[in-house]
Design a protein around this ligand. Sequence first.
Ligand code: IPM
Ligand code: MN
Length: 356
Amino acid sequence: MNLNIALLPGDGIGPEIVGEAVKVLDAVGKKYGHTFNYKKGLVGACAIDATGDPYPAETHKICRESDAVLFGAIGDPKYDNDPSAKVRPEQGLLRMRKSLGLFANVRPLVVFDSLVERSPLKAERVKGADFVCIRELTGGMYFGRPQGRSEDGNTAYDTCVYSREEVERILKVAFEQARKRRKLLTVVDKANVIATSRLWRQIAKEMAPQYPDVQVDYMFVDNAAMQIIQRPTYFDVLVTENLFGDILTDESSVISGSLGLLPSASLGSDVALFEPIHGSYPQAAGKNIANPMATILSAAMLLEHVGLQQEGAAVRAAVEKAIAQGVVTEDLVDASMPGQTARSTTEVGDFVAAHV
Ligand code: IPM
Ligand code: MN
Protein backbone atom coordinates (compact mmCIF):
# COMPACT_ATOMS: atom_id res chain seq x y z
CA MET A 1 0.00 0.00 0.00
CA ASN A 2 1.11 3.54 -0.74
CA LEU A 3 -0.05 5.96 1.93
CA ASN A 4 0.32 9.73 2.26
CA ILE A 5 0.56 10.74 5.88
CA ALA A 6 0.54 14.33 7.15
CA LEU A 7 2.79 14.75 10.17
CA LEU A 8 1.93 17.53 12.59
CA PRO A 9 4.42 17.20 15.44
CA GLY A 10 3.26 20.39 17.18
CA ASP A 11 4.85 21.66 20.39
CA GLY A 12 6.78 20.46 23.42
CA ILE A 13 7.48 16.73 23.24
CA GLY A 14 5.44 16.50 20.00
CA PRO A 15 8.40 16.27 17.61
CA GLU A 16 10.11 13.56 19.70
CA ILE A 17 7.11 11.28 20.08
CA VAL A 18 5.98 11.70 16.48
CA GLY A 19 9.56 10.88 15.45
CA GLU A 20 9.33 7.54 17.27
CA ALA A 21 5.95 6.75 15.72
CA VAL A 22 7.44 7.41 12.27
CA LYS A 23 10.30 5.06 13.11
CA VAL A 24 7.74 2.37 13.92
CA LEU A 25 5.67 3.08 10.80
CA ASP A 26 8.79 2.81 8.66
CA ALA A 27 9.64 -0.54 10.26
CA VAL A 28 6.10 -1.71 9.45
CA GLY A 29 6.46 -0.47 5.88
CA LYS A 30 9.70 -2.32 5.43
CA LYS A 31 8.44 -5.56 6.91
CA TYR A 32 5.01 -5.67 5.24
CA GLY A 33 5.89 -3.97 1.97
CA HIS A 34 4.16 -0.60 2.24
CA THR A 35 5.36 2.86 1.36
CA PHE A 36 4.50 5.70 3.69
CA ASN A 37 5.11 9.21 2.35
CA TYR A 38 5.22 12.01 4.89
CA LYS A 39 4.54 15.71 4.65
CA LYS A 40 5.14 17.92 7.66
CA GLY A 41 2.94 20.80 8.77
CA LEU A 42 2.97 23.35 11.57
CA VAL A 43 0.23 23.62 14.18
CA GLY A 44 0.03 25.20 17.63
CA ALA A 45 2.57 27.48 19.28
CA CYS A 46 5.28 26.61 16.76
CA ALA A 47 2.92 27.71 13.98
CA ILE A 48 2.16 30.99 15.77
CA ASP A 49 5.88 31.64 16.17
CA ALA A 50 6.56 30.95 12.50
CA THR A 51 3.47 32.44 10.83
CA GLY A 52 1.31 34.20 13.43
CA ASP A 53 -1.44 31.63 12.83
CA PRO A 54 -1.86 28.47 14.98
CA TYR A 55 -3.38 26.57 12.03
CA PRO A 56 -1.92 27.99 8.80
CA ALA A 57 -3.67 27.44 5.46
CA GLU A 58 -0.64 25.49 4.28
CA THR A 59 -1.12 22.96 7.11
CA HIS A 60 -4.79 22.60 6.25
CA LYS A 61 -3.87 21.90 2.64
CA ILE A 62 -1.32 19.24 3.65
CA CYS A 63 -3.94 17.52 5.81
CA ARG A 64 -6.62 17.65 3.11
CA GLU A 65 -4.28 16.11 0.57
CA SER A 66 -3.25 13.23 2.85
CA ASP A 67 -4.82 9.86 3.55
CA ALA A 68 -4.37 10.33 7.29
CA VAL A 69 -2.90 12.78 9.78
CA LEU A 70 -0.58 11.92 12.66
CA PHE A 71 -0.52 14.67 15.23
CA GLY A 72 1.66 15.10 18.34
CA ALA A 73 0.55 17.74 20.83
CA ILE A 74 0.12 21.46 21.15
CA GLY A 75 0.56 24.00 23.90
CA ASP A 76 3.29 26.18 25.27
CA PRO A 77 3.42 27.64 28.78
CA LYS A 78 4.26 31.07 27.40
CA TYR A 79 0.62 31.35 26.26
CA ASP A 80 -1.00 29.85 29.34
CA ASN A 81 -0.79 32.74 31.76
CA ASP A 82 -1.46 35.47 29.29
CA PRO A 83 -5.21 36.06 29.23
CA SER A 84 -4.66 38.96 26.81
CA ALA A 85 -3.04 36.75 24.17
CA LYS A 86 -5.09 37.17 21.01
CA VAL A 87 -4.02 33.94 19.38
CA ARG A 88 -3.59 30.77 21.40
CA PRO A 89 -2.23 27.39 20.31
CA GLU A 90 -5.50 25.68 21.34
CA GLN A 91 -7.40 27.72 18.75
CA GLY A 92 -5.34 25.96 16.11
CA LEU A 93 -6.45 22.56 17.35
CA LEU A 94 -10.11 23.58 17.48
CA ARG A 95 -10.00 25.09 13.99
CA MET A 96 -8.22 22.04 12.66
CA ARG A 97 -10.93 19.75 14.07
CA LYS A 98 -13.73 21.92 12.75
CA SER A 99 -12.31 22.57 9.29
CA LEU A 100 -11.38 18.91 8.74
CA GLY A 101 -14.87 17.89 9.89
CA LEU A 102 -13.47 15.63 12.64
CA PHE A 103 -16.65 15.23 14.63
CA ALA A 104 -15.98 11.88 16.30
CA ASN A 105 -13.15 11.44 18.77
CA VAL A 106 -12.56 7.80 19.60
CA ARG A 107 -10.62 7.32 22.84
CA PRO A 108 -10.04 3.71 23.84
CA LEU A 109 -8.96 2.75 27.32
CA VAL A 110 -7.33 -0.58 28.02
CA VAL A 111 -5.51 -1.68 31.13
CA PHE A 112 -2.49 -3.77 30.24
CA ASP A 113 -2.28 -6.79 32.52
CA SER A 114 1.37 -6.10 33.26
CA LEU A 115 0.48 -2.59 34.45
CA VAL A 116 -2.50 -3.22 36.74
CA GLU A 117 -0.35 -2.55 39.78
CA ARG A 118 0.48 0.92 38.48
CA SER A 119 -3.11 2.04 38.45
CA PRO A 120 -4.03 4.33 41.35
CA LEU A 121 -7.14 2.15 41.71
CA LYS A 122 -7.08 -1.31 43.24
CA ALA A 123 -5.73 -3.90 40.83
CA GLU A 124 -8.78 -6.19 41.11
CA ARG A 125 -11.01 -3.27 40.21
CA VAL A 126 -9.20 -2.26 37.02
CA LYS A 127 -8.03 -5.62 35.72
CA GLY A 128 -9.72 -6.30 32.40
CA ALA A 129 -11.11 -2.78 31.96
CA ASP A 130 -11.54 -2.18 28.24
CA PHE A 131 -13.83 0.54 27.00
CA VAL A 132 -13.94 3.26 24.42
CA CYS A 133 -15.28 6.76 24.80
CA ILE A 134 -16.78 8.37 21.72
CA ARG A 135 -16.55 12.10 22.29
CA GLU A 136 -18.37 14.55 20.00
CA LEU A 137 -15.64 16.93 18.88
CA THR A 138 -16.96 19.81 16.80
CA GLY A 139 -20.06 21.01 18.64
CA GLY A 140 -21.37 21.92 22.07
CA MET A 141 -19.93 24.64 24.24
CA TYR A 142 -16.54 24.59 22.52
CA PHE A 143 -18.05 26.06 19.38
CA GLY A 144 -21.44 27.48 20.36
CA ARG A 145 -21.95 31.18 19.76
CA PRO A 146 -22.47 33.68 21.27
CA GLN A 147 -19.50 33.35 23.56
CA GLY A 148 -17.92 36.27 25.31
CA ARG A 149 -18.21 39.01 27.88
CA SER A 150 -20.55 41.83 28.58
CA GLU A 151 -19.20 45.31 27.90
CA ASP A 152 -18.34 45.98 31.53
CA GLY A 153 -16.46 42.65 31.59
CA ASN A 154 -18.38 41.40 34.62
CA THR A 155 -20.57 38.83 32.91
CA ALA A 156 -19.38 35.99 30.68
CA TYR A 157 -21.38 33.56 28.59
CA ASP A 158 -20.97 30.39 26.53
CA THR A 159 -23.57 28.67 24.42
CA CYS A 160 -24.14 24.95 24.16
CA VAL A 161 -25.81 24.05 20.85
CA TYR A 162 -26.43 20.71 19.14
CA SER A 163 -28.48 20.06 16.04
CA ARG A 164 -30.25 16.78 15.27
CA GLU A 165 -27.82 16.15 12.45
CA GLU A 166 -24.78 16.52 14.72
CA VAL A 167 -26.26 14.22 17.34
CA GLU A 168 -27.39 11.56 14.87
CA ARG A 169 -24.03 11.23 13.17
CA ILE A 170 -22.07 10.82 16.42
CA LEU A 171 -24.59 8.34 17.83
CA LYS A 172 -24.33 6.35 14.62
CA VAL A 173 -20.55 6.06 15.12
CA ALA A 174 -21.17 4.95 18.70
CA PHE A 175 -23.84 2.36 17.86
CA GLU A 176 -21.58 0.92 15.18
CA GLN A 177 -18.60 0.74 17.55
CA ALA A 178 -20.77 -1.04 20.11
CA ARG A 179 -21.84 -3.49 17.46
CA LYS A 180 -18.18 -4.36 16.81
CA ARG A 181 -17.48 -4.80 20.51
CA ARG A 182 -19.44 -6.14 23.49
CA LYS A 183 -22.68 -4.43 22.38
CA LEU A 184 -23.27 -2.23 25.38
CA LEU A 185 -23.68 1.49 24.67
CA THR A 186 -23.82 4.00 27.52
CA VAL A 187 -25.22 7.38 26.51
CA VAL A 188 -23.83 9.94 28.95
CA ASP A 189 -25.71 13.22 29.39
CA LYS A 190 -27.28 15.61 31.87
CA ALA A 191 -30.81 15.25 30.56
CA ASN A 192 -32.29 16.10 33.96
CA VAL A 193 -31.02 19.68 33.57
CA ILE A 194 -29.74 20.55 30.10
CA ALA A 195 -31.81 20.98 26.92
CA THR A 196 -29.13 19.70 24.52
CA SER A 197 -28.84 16.57 26.65
CA ARG A 198 -32.58 15.99 26.36
CA LEU A 199 -32.26 16.17 22.57
CA TRP A 200 -29.38 13.65 22.69
CA ARG A 201 -31.39 11.24 24.80
CA GLN A 202 -34.49 11.58 22.61
CA ILE A 203 -32.51 10.88 19.45
CA ALA A 204 -30.67 7.94 21.04
CA LYS A 205 -34.06 6.44 21.95
CA GLU A 206 -35.30 6.95 18.41
CA MET A 207 -32.24 5.27 16.92
CA ALA A 208 -31.97 2.35 19.34
CA PRO A 209 -34.55 0.14 17.52
CA GLN A 210 -32.29 0.17 14.44
CA TYR A 211 -29.63 -1.57 16.55
CA PRO A 212 -31.62 -4.30 18.34
CA ASP A 213 -28.40 -6.20 19.08
CA VAL A 214 -27.02 -3.27 21.11
CA GLN A 215 -28.08 -2.74 24.69
CA VAL A 216 -28.43 0.98 25.47
CA ASP A 217 -27.93 2.44 28.85
CA TYR A 218 -28.53 6.11 29.83
CA MET A 219 -26.40 7.66 32.52
CA PHE A 220 -26.09 11.17 33.91
CA VAL A 221 -22.58 12.52 33.56
CA ASP A 222 -22.02 13.00 37.30
CA ASN A 223 -22.99 9.39 37.92
CA ALA A 224 -20.82 8.26 34.97
CA ALA A 225 -17.81 10.08 36.46
CA MET A 226 -18.33 8.04 39.61
CA GLN A 227 -19.04 4.70 37.90
CA ILE A 228 -15.89 4.94 35.74
CA ILE A 229 -13.85 4.83 38.94
CA GLN A 230 -16.08 2.45 40.85
CA ARG A 231 -16.52 -0.22 38.19
CA PRO A 232 -14.48 0.53 35.06
CA THR A 233 -14.91 -3.02 33.78
CA TYR A 234 -18.65 -2.44 33.36
CA PHE A 235 -18.28 -0.11 30.37
CA ASP A 236 -17.97 -1.02 26.72
CA VAL A 237 -18.78 2.06 24.60
CA LEU A 238 -19.60 5.47 26.06
CA VAL A 239 -20.87 8.30 23.90
CA THR A 240 -21.13 11.88 25.00
CA GLU A 241 -20.95 15.55 24.04
CA ASN A 242 -17.75 17.52 23.62
CA LEU A 243 -17.11 18.98 27.08
CA PHE A 244 -18.32 15.95 29.05
CA GLY A 245 -16.14 13.76 26.84
CA ASP A 246 -13.11 15.95 27.41
CA ILE A 247 -13.46 15.59 31.15
CA LEU A 248 -14.41 11.91 31.29
CA THR A 249 -11.52 10.82 29.06
CA ASP A 250 -8.92 12.56 31.21
CA GLU A 251 -10.52 10.89 34.21
CA SER A 252 -10.50 7.50 32.47
CA SER A 253 -6.90 7.81 31.40
CA VAL A 254 -5.76 7.65 35.00
CA ILE A 255 -7.12 4.12 35.32
CA SER A 256 -4.54 2.73 32.91
CA GLY A 257 -1.62 3.88 35.02
CA SER A 258 -0.18 6.42 32.61
CA LEU A 259 -1.54 9.15 30.41
CA GLY A 260 1.45 8.36 28.21
CA LEU A 261 -0.22 5.20 26.91
CA LEU A 262 -3.49 6.37 25.47
CA PRO A 263 -4.05 6.94 21.77
CA SER A 264 -7.02 8.44 19.98
CA ALA A 265 -8.57 8.80 16.57
CA SER A 266 -10.60 11.74 15.33
CA LEU A 267 -12.88 10.78 12.48
CA GLY A 268 -15.16 12.61 10.11
CA SER A 269 -16.40 12.21 6.62
CA ASP A 270 -12.99 12.92 5.10
CA VAL A 271 -9.41 12.59 6.35
CA ALA A 272 -8.88 11.01 9.79
CA LEU A 273 -6.47 12.26 12.43
CA PHE A 274 -4.61 10.25 15.06
CA GLU A 275 -3.07 11.67 18.21
CA PRO A 276 -2.07 10.75 21.75
CA ILE A 277 -4.55 12.06 24.31
CA HIS A 278 -1.85 13.67 26.45
CA GLY A 279 -0.56 17.21 26.04
CA SER A 280 2.74 18.75 25.04
CA TYR A 281 4.51 18.13 28.39
CA PRO A 282 6.80 21.16 27.95
CA GLN A 283 8.94 20.32 30.99
CA ALA A 284 10.18 17.20 29.18
CA ALA A 285 10.70 18.74 25.75
CA GLY A 286 14.07 17.94 24.23
CA LYS A 287 15.08 15.66 27.10
CA ASN A 288 14.40 12.33 25.39
CA ILE A 289 12.34 11.11 28.36
CA ALA A 290 8.72 11.33 27.18
CA ASN A 291 6.70 8.16 26.66
CA PRO A 292 6.18 7.67 22.89
CA MET A 293 3.73 4.77 23.31
CA ALA A 294 0.51 6.76 23.05
CA THR A 295 1.68 8.16 19.72
CA ILE A 296 2.92 4.78 18.54
CA LEU A 297 -0.48 3.28 19.47
CA SER A 298 -2.15 6.16 17.60
CA ALA A 299 -0.13 5.09 14.56
CA ALA A 300 -1.49 1.57 15.13
CA MET A 301 -5.02 2.99 15.04
CA LEU A 302 -4.08 4.79 11.83
CA LEU A 303 -2.94 1.54 10.24
CA GLU A 304 -6.14 -0.23 11.29
CA HIS A 305 -8.22 2.67 10.00
CA VAL A 306 -6.79 2.27 6.49
CA GLY A 307 -7.42 -1.47 6.61
CA LEU A 308 -4.00 -2.70 7.72
CA GLN A 309 -5.32 -4.81 10.60
CA GLN A 310 -2.41 -7.19 10.81
CA GLU A 311 0.11 -4.36 10.82
CA GLY A 312 -1.80 -2.50 13.54
CA ALA A 313 -1.90 -5.65 15.64
CA ALA A 314 1.85 -6.13 15.17
CA VAL A 315 2.49 -2.63 16.53
CA ARG A 316 0.23 -3.26 19.53
CA ALA A 317 1.96 -6.55 20.24
CA ALA A 318 5.38 -4.88 20.07
CA VAL A 319 4.24 -2.19 22.52
CA GLU A 320 2.92 -4.85 24.90
CA LYS A 321 6.19 -6.69 24.63
CA ALA A 322 8.11 -3.52 25.54
CA ILE A 323 5.87 -3.02 28.57
CA ALA A 324 6.13 -6.64 29.66
CA GLN A 325 9.93 -6.57 29.35
CA GLY A 326 10.21 -3.27 31.19
CA VAL A 327 11.44 -1.32 28.18
CA VAL A 328 9.58 1.78 29.30
CA THR A 329 10.10 5.47 30.00
CA GLU A 330 10.24 6.86 33.52
CA ASP A 331 6.46 7.34 33.85
CA LEU A 332 6.07 3.54 33.73
CA VAL A 333 9.07 2.49 35.74
CA ASP A 334 7.76 0.42 38.58
CA ALA A 335 9.60 0.78 41.83
CA SER A 336 8.40 -2.73 42.73
CA MET A 337 10.31 -4.24 39.79
CA PRO A 338 13.85 -4.39 41.17
CA GLY A 339 16.60 -3.13 38.93
CA GLN A 340 14.28 -1.58 36.39
CA THR A 341 15.60 1.65 35.02
CA ALA A 342 13.93 4.21 32.82
CA ARG A 343 14.64 4.02 29.10
CA SER A 344 14.74 7.00 26.83
CA THR A 345 12.08 7.95 24.29
CA THR A 346 14.30 6.79 21.44
CA GLU A 347 15.19 3.49 23.13
CA VAL A 348 11.51 2.65 23.55
CA GLY A 349 10.87 3.58 19.90
CA ASP A 350 13.83 1.48 18.74
CA PHE A 351 12.59 -1.53 20.69
CA VAL A 352 9.05 -1.30 19.32
CA ALA A 353 10.31 -0.76 15.76
CA ALA A 354 12.56 -3.80 16.08
CA HIS A 355 9.68 -6.02 17.22
CA VAL A 356 6.85 -5.21 14.80
C1 IPM B 1 -8.05 17.49 24.32
C2 IPM B 1 -7.54 18.81 24.84
C3 IPM B 1 -8.16 19.94 24.03
C4 IPM B 1 -9.65 19.88 24.25
C5 IPM B 1 -7.63 21.34 24.35
C6 IPM B 1 -6.12 21.42 24.24
C7 IPM B 1 -8.29 22.40 23.50
O1 IPM B 1 -7.78 18.95 26.20
O2 IPM B 1 -7.79 17.17 23.14
O3 IPM B 1 -8.70 16.77 25.06
O4 IPM B 1 -10.17 20.43 25.24
O5 IPM B 1 -10.33 19.28 23.42
MN1 MN C 1 -8.70 17.20 27.10
